[in-house]
Design a protein around this ligand. Structure first.
Ligand code: ZN
Length: 129
């Protein structure tokens, strides 16, 4: 911990602003839902597309794949709000540090378990359970 400026910590409170999640751009196409900006969301979250896709499939209870344009394509019709809910729960679990709430994290795999490692505060916490 740094020992300078502690007395005058500016505007950092326990209720710091939430990580702002990108809004999913969703389009219905027949009986499928196309997640247009899937790659952008992966980049913003700094997570692998396959990892996020698998989570969304499970959360929505459907099957999905990444098409040739890099968009997420889900079987069934899902509203943008539903996708956003799923993204928020993904971020809570796999992106935001459970200790400090910052998104400066990476996923490490150790002995078959996934750990969320935080570059901001150094916390390591399991992503499952
Ligand atoms: Zn942290």
């Amino acid at each position: 911990m740094l020992d300078r400026g502690l007395e005058e910590t500016p505007d950092i409170t326990g209720s710091s602003e939430r990580f702002s999640l990108p809004d999913p751009e969703v389009r219905q196409e027949g009986h499928a839902t196309v997640f247009e900006n899937f790659q952008d969301v992966c980049r913003d979250l700094d997570r692998e597309a396959d990892h996020l896709l698998k989570y969304l499939q499970d959360d929505l209870g459907t099957s999905a794949h990444i098409d040739e344009s890099g968009r997420g394509r889900f079987t069934g019709n899902f509203a943008g709000r539903r996708l956003r809910d799923a993204l928020e729960s993904y971020a809570d679990r796999y992106v935001l540090c459970s200790e400090c709430g910052l998104p400066d994290t990476s996923i490490e795999r150790e002995q078959g378990a996934e750990l969320l490692k935080c570059a901001a505060c150094g916390a390591r916490s399991p992503t499952s359970g």
